[in-house]
Design a protein around this ligand. Structure first.
Ligand code: SF4
Ligand code: SF4
Length: 332
């Protein structure tokens, strides 16, 4: 039987050991039900998750809740919404207690005197034209001014089918403002015409993402194995979907047989009591799900399946490293 040490040389073994020590336990928090945009295809609003719970406004309650989350073993708080920066006091309550990542559209700048090293991920939905169609304005123009050169920020670039052949232009723009970028694919939750993926487009975008990683390794935080998995939905002969998804809220997870999953993962609504089904849209048909983090986690929780060949295990290490970099558990 193959083992980690029999498959890896000294350098890869060191990389393996570095990530094995991390033991990341994440959960996701809706900081608010409000947003200063309304993007077509936003999983939060399109699934009515903003109506599931009445937002908690008492900051003390947030602080007590976060302390309990810490006691539950959470060591990475992923803040989403709505738009978390509309409530910086809540964001600060997390930041003071836990390693914190804040997802934002970048319109409001996180003040760095208050949050010196908080990881910020800015959502970007394609080029100027796409952003105008899907988000109502060229959000990049605002966010790139706010965060230019910020060492704790990256763009989470949601690639749409219209972007095939055009991603380099955007990646260069991001590089030119001194930021990093991570790639994921649009799931098109609101069935916007012209934004559905075809098999050919998925193949094309897979090799395009590989090219971008080769060409801009200092800007693109990614891995080719991840590209293959998000574009095919296949891993080690298995298909992604409800039966395999690792990012289901643990107390709501009644699946049998139980797949490998994120330990103690919960996605909390902003009343601090309600739980959502998973890390993304509650109403999304899992067979259409292209969620990047869920696919990444799918690889990460299935380590054993990758202790098969040298290449398989290296692929697993690269995906884990990518995740750890995105949340700054290891440097870029
Ligand atoms: S900025 Fe984010 S939360 Fe707000 S509408 Fe767009 S996708 Fe949804
Ligand atoms: S929508 Fe995606 S993330 Fe949510 S349960 Fe389904 S496959 Fe998992």
């Amino acid at each position: 039987m193959e083992t980690v040490s029999s498959l890896l040389d000294k350098e890869w073994l060191e990389r393996y050991k570095r990530i094995s020590r991390l033991n990341i336990r994440s959960s996701i928090y809706d900081v608010t039900n409000q947003c200063n945009l309304r993007c077509k295809g936003c999983f939060f609003f399109s699934s009515d998750e903003h109506k599931k719970a009445v937002e908690e406004n008492d900051l003390n309650k947030w602080e007590q809740f976060i302390d309990k989350e810490k006691d539950r073993g959470v060591n990475l708080a992923i803040l989403i919404g709505g738009e978390p920066t509309l409530h910086l006091d809540r964001v600060e309550a997390f930041y003071k207690r836990l390693p914190t990542y804040c997802a934002t559209n970048g319109i409001i700048k996180v003040p760095r005197d208050r949050f010196p090293d908080m990881m910020v991920g800015i959502s970007l939905w394609g080029d100027e034209e796409d952003e105008k169609v899907l988000r109502g304005k060229n959000v990049f123009a605002i966010s790139s001014k706010n965060y230019e050169g910020d060492p704790y920020t990256y763009y989470l670039y949601t690639i749409t089918p219209k972007q095939v052949g055009l991603t380099e232009k955007i990646i260069k723009k991001i590089r030119n403002v001194g930021l990093k970028v991570h790639l994921q694919l649009l799931s098109n939750d609101e069935d916007v015409d012209g934004f559905f993926w075809s098999e050919d487009q998925l193949k094309d975008i897979c090799s395009e993402m590989d090219d971008m990683l080769d060409k801009y390794p200092d800007t693109v935080i990614s891995s080719k194995y991840y590209h293959k998995i998000i574009t095919t939905g296949e891993m080690m002969g298995r298909s992604f979907g409800w039966k395999e998804c690792p990012s289901v809220t643990e107390p709501l997870d009644k699946r049998y047989p139980q797949p490998k999953r994120l330990i103690h993962f919960i996605r909390w609504a902003s009343d601090l009591k309600t739980m959502h089904r998973c890390c993304t849209s509650e109403t999304r048909d899992c067979s259409t799900c292209k969620d990047g983090a869920a696919h990444m986690s799918w690889v990460m929780v299935n380590k054993r399946a990758h202790i098969k060949t040298k290449k398989d295990l290296q692929n697993w290490i690269e995906v884990y490293e990518m995740f750890a970099k995105l949340y700054q558990f290891i440097p870029w």
